[in-house]
Design a protein around this ligand. Structure first.
Ligand code: DAH
Length: 334
């Protein structure tokens, strides 16, 4: 009898192994534990057995039947949990994967460096009001600085921001002091196009406001950013600048990597490329942001990300970067 029961069990296991669909398992179920199955016959034969055999085999037969049912139910559960995903591999997939744009790469590098120094990344609108782009930044109407940034004015009375410095005001309004933010973004100027000028380019703005913030802090941050981005010796010069929203103001130029500083169309024969504007935040700007300049000081900077990408990857014409020409962009393979 034991042999017979073991045989039924091992036959069932084999059949379940071969079953891959629910319908197959249900078929097996009816054959092995259904009304006309062998185990049911054996169970029925119990009543004709001697008392001794009944005692000997009764529980064995019942337990075997239970085991058979358990095996079947387990298999049914397994099939239920199995999700069948089939791929249509007759489709022609385009295996031509893209690459990151050089400006995207440097933007990420700079924000990563600044984040490690405790800066929070924020963003602001590309369509901006005159107030945030100019007035609150200490550039009133008729101020000559407005002419330096040829502005696209829109029919709805707004403008396309000419600089990411508008984020300074938004950030002060939103978070107050102390503050440590950076804001990468796209900016627009109605420029004549040449190798070094485009009407659409990227900048990253930075602003730190706290008690006792100084020019040394600003220079340290700029040095960290540039040395980490270039990871090699580069020549940078610091010169006095003029921005209405900072006092004092500085400009940082990088020795042109295209010509090694000798002069070329990219640097307009100057040997240097303007990369960063920065300085100590003007008290009027702090006030516009609702911060008391008698308590807090701050520094701010704006880095030209498009130019940074050009210098890092030795791209001699800014227009390539905006062309969207995959063949050009792909060669950087970054
Ligand atoms: N917004 C300036 C520009 O686009 C650059 C700049 C200068 C940003 C000085 C600053 C700053 O934050 O302090 O030319």
């Amino acid at each position: 009898m034991e042999e017979k029961l073991n045989k039924i069990k091992s036959d069932l296991i084999k059949e379940l192994d071969g079953a891959s669909k629910e319908a197959d398992v249900l078929n097996v179920k009816s054959n092995y534990v259904g009304k006309k199955s062998e185990i049911q016959e054996i169970l029925a034969s119990l009543k004709d057995m001697s008392v001794e055999d009944k005692r000997k085999y009764g529980s064995l037969i019942n337990n075997t039947k239970k085991e058979l049912e358990e095996l079947i139910n387990k298999k049914l559960e397994e099939l239920e949990n199995k999700v069948n995903v089939t791929f249509d591999d007759t489709l022609n997939y385009d295996v031509n994967v893209g690459s990151l744009h050089p400006v995207t790469v440097v933007a990420k590098e700079v924000t990563d460096i600044l984040k490690r120094m405790g800066f929070t990344v924020v963003s602001g609108p590309e369509m901006e009001s005159e107030y945030y782009n100019f007035e609150a930044l200490n550039i009133p109407k008729d101020h000559p600085a407005r002419d330096m940034q040829d502005t696209y004015y829109l029919d709805n009375g707004m403008l396309l921001r000419t600089q990411t410095s508008d984020n300074q005001i938004h950030a002060m309004e939103n978070y107050g002091a102390p503050l440590r933010i950076c804001a990468p973004g796209r900016t627009f100027r109605n420029e004549d196009l040449d190798a070094n000028h485009e009407n659409t380019f990227f900048q990253i703005e930075g602003m730190v406001i706290d008690k006792g913030v100084s020019i040394e802090n600003l220079m340290y941050v700029m040095q960290c950013v540039l040395s980490e981005v270039f990871k090699s010796d580069i020549k940078v010069r610091l010169r006095p600048g003029f921005f209405p929203f900072t006092e004092p103001s500085y400009e940082m130029d990088i020795s042109c990597v295209i010509c090694g500083g000798k002069g070329c169309p990219t640097c307009k024969n100057a040997g240097w490329i303007e990369l960063i504007g920065c300085g100590m935040v003007h008290p009027n700007v702090l006030r516009a942001g609702g911060i008391d300049p008698d308590i807090y000081t701050g520094f701010a900077f704006g880095i030209g990300l498009t130019r940074l990408a050009m210098m890092k990857y030795k791209i001699n014409d800014i227009r390539y970067l905006n062309s969207g020409d995959i063949r050009y962009l792909k060669q950087f393979n970054i």
